[in-house]
Design a binder for this molecule. Structure first.
Ligand code: NAG
Ligand code: NAG
Ligand code: NAG
Ligand code: NAG
Ligand code: NAG
Ligand code: NAG
Ligand code: ZN
Ligand code: ZN
Length: 614
């Protein structure tokens, strides 16, 4: 059964199933929900109703393919179990409520639709990442969408956004500072915006809106795509023209964190022309929940990642020219049916809209077409990236270096009997593994990267053992030129920002508060906007830091035992530099680097699960 009937205020904790179903009371959608099977978990409902205003905006960002919702039974996953069909039903009900209240309700997205789950990355050979999953976005009434950096790592993906995605939104898919080079008339290459640079439109209530869609200063984009720096964009003539006329409010959507990035440049450029016009900013990219106000007549909201958060913002507009602070409210919703039903004042039996059901069914059909339920084995327990210390039994990174790589890389490998050390970068793992069936979808979610494994034979054990500490910055004779935090950030790496956020909430909570509270695990946000932002109250996720590089346990032997030094190709040049810094007997070059196995990083977990989890 899916959920008990829900009565506002009458029940504190509902019984719902994370992905649920079996015998479904309203028979007509039993097929649509057949994958929603056990286990049954309790979800805490929101702590209080939403505060509506004149302008209300629902925000998604960094969805990265999580349109089927989070499907595992361990917390916090069930809190994020709503799928995109449930979300569509929620939006439809909220639109109705907005009409009844005679206020505006808009829907915006801040980008990063690509890379993250099987729905986007599990396409058969010859396909294009996220092409099919993206078709569900245009079934929702999005008012404005902005491009993300993950739309730009591969030219074919950016081209697909330009040719097939943007046109569905009729000028509302924005890429103010992002161009793509395509064949123009007569075949000459021309650089054009991927979507549109700005949009001007009126809300249902007739309010005038001017919108931009800005990307942070991203440098990891593919050839034939162009990202213009934010400071250059605000000096463009088109920019001045676009913001000249005063709207009722500016709606600045963009793939750029609201804090510690370049929103102030955009904000100040608009403020210089319009000293009091309300400016509503919707950011993204750093995968955190965050909010701040650049002045009293503006607000900037960022709504997390992976459909673990849906943002809600409301503003009361006053008269033109007013200098008073705006009344603003923001809320971070846990995307699940309990949340959605609570805020749309629906029971489980009256919640699904026909459109919502159609989307859920469409997503499941896509999952079937990509064979995402293909089971490799059964994970005996949860393995997490940062909720368990490294090294430990619960650490996914420990599982990888202690068990997965030593097993998977030596299957059918003629070098299996030669002692080795296997090194990888911990950034090659993207998401936790949870107890239960381990499927093709779980494999792509945990590690979507197609890195190959290489090795250098006959490395003396004493030298090989020293590589990892140098890579991790512990040694001082490596002379490595690893990239700086700024360079990694510019290329799109947000692990550090997201990790710092988790660390901060973990430290703030302390063990006493954690134990005293009878709450499920989840985000506990402290931001710079007034009041409490989280919609459902949780106890914070534990956080343990981990090193940038990890390795298997070195074999025993004398210092000069010759071993295979195995590593992912992604870090090959760094490994060579470190080796040459550690010793002078031999100068290692790329010609010493050989292919170790044909199994790629995004396959090792599946191979391991077939061998050990069956
Ligand atoms: C960039 O696109 C143009 C036009 O389609 C093409 O002629 C050129 O080869 C592309 N450049 C690269 C590096 O692929
Ligand atoms: C983007 O495309 C527009 C339209 O073709 C062009 O005028 C502009 O120079 C391009 N901008 C960049 C930064 O390439
Ligand atoms: C108005 O908002 C600004 C910025 O958030 C704040 O610094 C200021 O104290 C507020 N003023 C009043 C009167 O609340
Ligand atoms: C890890 O697992 C092993 C084997 O099951 C067990 O002996 C050990 O106590 C566990 N360690 C921790 C920290 O749970
Ligand atoms: C190893 O070889 C066997 C027999 O050829 C084959 O069935 C199996 O798929 C191979 N395993 C891997 C992981 O390549
Ligand atoms: C809260 O405590 C009660 C009683 O100990 C327990 O039954 C319930 O499952 C707990 N709820 C959560 C969310 O942990
Ligand atoms: Zn992202
Ligand atoms: Zn991003």
């Amino acid at each position: 059964m899916r959920a008990n009937a829900f009565t506002l205020g009458a029940v504190l904790t509902l019984v719902v199933s994370a992905r649920t179903s079996g015998a479904c009371p309203d028979g007509e959608h039993e097929h649509a929900y057949e994958r929603r099977a056990e286990p049954i978990v309790h979800l805490t409902p929101p702590s209080r109703p939403l505060v509506w205003g004149d302008i209300n905006i629902i925000h998604t960002t960094d969805s990265h393919g999580w349109l089927l919702g989070h499907q595992k039974a361990s917390f916090p996953e069930p809190s994020y179990s709503g799928d995109f069909g449930d979300f569509a039903s929620f939006v439809a009900h909220m639109k109705k409520i907005a009409e009844e209240k005679d206020v505006d309700l808009l829907l915006v997205d801040s980008g990063d639709l690509h890379d993250g789950t099987g729905l986007v990355d599990g396409f058969p050979p010859g396909g294009i990442d996220a092409h099919d999953a993206n078709k569900f976005f245009d079934q929702l009434p999005y008012d404005v969408l902005a491009i993300g950096n993950h739309e730009l790592y591969i030219y074919a993906n950016a081209l697909d956004m330009h040719l097939n995605f943007a046109p569905k939104f009729h000028g509302r898919y924005l890429s103010s500072n992002v161009n793509i080079t395509v064949a123009g008339p007569g075949g000459t290459p021309v650089s054009v915006p991927v979507g549109s640079r700005f949009a001007k439109f009126k809300t249902r209530k007739g309010r005038k809106v001017t919108s931009l869609g800005v990307l942070f200063d991203f440098t990891g984009n593919d050839h034939n795509t162009t990202v213009q720096k934010v400071e250059d964009m605000v000096n463009e003539a088109w920019f001045a023209d676009a913001i000249k006329e005063e709207p009722d409010f500016f709606l600045l959507v963009g793939h750029m964190p609201v804090a510690r990035d370049k929103w102030p440049l955009v904000f100040n450029a608009v403020r210089a022309v319009h000293p009091t016009t309300p400016i509503l900013i919707f950011g993204g990219h750093s995968h955190i929940r965050d909010c701040l106000q650049f002045d009293g007549r503006s607000i900037a909201l960022e709504s997390g990642r992976y459909m673990e958060t849906v943002g809600f913002l409301s503003v009361n507009l006053d008269h033109q020219g007013s200098k008073a602070n705006l009344t603003v409210n923001r809320r971070y919703l846990d995307p699940n049916r309990v949340t959605y039903e609570f805020h749309s004042n629906r029971r489980d039996s009256s919640f699904d809209s026909p459109q919502g059901r159609k989307i859920t069914k469409g997503l499941q059909d896509l999952s079937n077409r990509f064979n995402l339920d293909l089971k490799f084995g059964t994970a005996p327990q949860d393995y997490t990236l940062s909720r368990d210390p490294f090294p430990s039994n619960g650490s996914l990174l420990s599982l990888i270096v202690d068990q997965v790589l030593p097993t998977a890389l030596t299957v059918n490998n003629s070098r299996a009997n030669i002692p080795n050390i296997i090194i990888t970068n911990s950034g090659g793992l993207r998401f936790d593994i949870y107890a239960g069936p381990f499927t093709k979808n779980d494999q792509l979610t945990a590690s979507p990267f197609t890195d190959a494994f290489q090795y250098i034979p006959n490395v003396p054990l004493s030298v090989a053992k020293s590589v990892l500490p140098v890579l991790n910055g512990g040694g001082n004779n490596g002379r490595r030129e690893l990239s700086s935090a700024e360079e990694r950030y510019a290329r799109g790496d947000v692990d550090e920002r997201y990790g710092n956020w988790l660390a901060e909430m973990h430290e703030r909570a302390g063990p006493e508060r954690r134990a005293a509270q009878n709450l499920t695990l989840g985000y506990v946000t402290q931001d710079a906007c007034p009041g409490i932002g989280d919609d459902t109250l949780h106890t914070p996720l534990p956080f343990f830091p981990s090193p940038g590089f990890i390795s298997s346990t070195p074999p025993t032997g004398s210092v000069d035992t010759a071993i295979d030094l195995v590593f992912v190709d992604f870090i090959a040049s760094e490994v060579l530099k470190v080796l040459n810094g550690l010793q002078t007997t031999k100068t290692y070059t790329s010609s010493d680097v050989l292919s170790y196995t044909s199994i790629l990083l995004n396959e090792v977990l599946g191979v391991f699960a077939q061998v050990k989890w069956n």
